[in-house]
Design a protein around this ligand. Structure first.
Ligand SMILES: Nc1ncnc2c1ncn2[C@@H]1O[C@H](COP(=O)(O)OP(=O)(O)OP(=O)(O)O)[C@@H](O)[C@H]1O
Ligand code: SF4
Length: 288
């Protein structure tokens, strides 16, 4: 690791693919036009789904101002250790179903609170360290959870991955936000930095009743599909609000089985399996 984390430092251009990413077959970014649309939940569920499909999965949380993945994966208060080959990602217990590990600024903040306010160069330095200095080892998929909008972090990650040939981005929206300029701005950003768009997911699309599991459309839906058609990109599917997913996240530390296993039995798992099947069916070339 070069220097103390978060120190402002001179940013050199990445001149080739980062060696730390050399053994990763596919890299997927998760983006959203605005906050609170469920981007971290989509990242979490995409990871749990790929893991249930037997893949080796890594998750990188570059939402530096509000890292939420340690909580999602039940890894709060865990630390990142440094080995000779770099920072070691924090493993998630899977009981042998695939494998899953996570890197987030949340692990480095400790009791300094769960959010930071940094200027652009400091964020860029941190993202560069996350790309360069993590010993991921062999992975089938690395999922990168980004902050909302098209901020410094997006520009940094696009620059850092310029030579690393990511598969592309999954763009998350909600039925309410599809009409806003934010999602279109995100899709235009992808086009501008030549980041392939794997597709659009409409999250919080309907509500699954916790009693009878019937799905009711409490807001209008279908906007995500229209947006995908307008931008000529794949539509990956709708994800309803499922209160049981929130319970699953909250109760995982006291549950008898791993989060990966309990998610595998949840109502949202087949919905996400369908979404990830559509991503995998695009047969993006493996990086190694
Ligand atoms: N489909 C869903 N069913 C149930 N709860 C959901 C769903 N999607 C998101 N949530 C809940 O909504 C809240 C916000 O979701 P999340 O943190 O994933 O959003 P985000 O877009 O990543 O937010 P931020 O902009 O703060 O990074 C979380 O508590 C999450 O558990
Ligand atoms: S969907 Fe069915 S079980 Fe759920 S609240 Fe409505 S009527 Fe009751």
């Amino acid at each position: 690791m070069s220097g103390e984390f978060g120190e402002e430092e001179q940013i050199e251009e990445q001149e080739g693919p980062a060696p730390s990413l050399a053994q990763i077959k596919h890299i997927i970014l998760i983006l959203s036009g605005k906050g609170g649309v469920g981007k971290s939940s989509v990242t979490t569920q995409a990871a749990l789904t790929l893991c249930n499909m037997g893949y080796k999965v890594g998750v990188l949380d570059i939402d530096l101002t509000g890292p939420s993945l340690p909580r999602m994966f039940g890894l709060e208060n865990r630390s990142i250790y440094q080995a000779a080959e770099g920072w070691l990602p924090v493993p998630v217990e899977t009981n042998g179903v695939g494998s899953l590990s996570v890197i987030s600024l949340g692990f480095l903040l400790g009791d300094r609170g769960n959010s930071v306010v940094w200027r652009g160069p400091k964020k860029t330095a941190m993202i560069k360290q996350f790309i360069k200095d993590v010993a991921w080892g062999q992975l089938d998929y690395l999922l990168i959870d980004t902050p909302p909008g098209t901020s410094d972090e997006h520009i940094s990650i696009a620059e850092q991955l310029r030579f690393s040939e990511p598969d592309g981005a999954i763009v998350v929206t909600t039925p309410q936000s599809v009409a806003t300029a934010d999602v279109k701005k995100e899709l235009n950003f992808c086009k501008k930095v030549a980041l392939h768009i794997l597709g659009v997911v409409e999250n919080m699309s309907g509500f699954i009743c916790p009693h009878c599991e019937e799905c009711t459309n409490i807001f209008s839906s279908g906007g995500g599909l229209k947006l995908a058609e307008e931008f000529n990109v794949p539509y990956l599917g709708n994800v309803p609000i499922d209160p049981k997913f929130v319970e699953l996240i909250e109760n995982q530390t006291t549950a008898d089985e791993s989060l990966v296993e309990s998610y595998g039995k949840s109502t949202l798992c087949p919905i996400f399996k369908d979404i990830m099947d559509k991503v995998l069916a695009q047969n993006r070339p493996a990086r190694c």
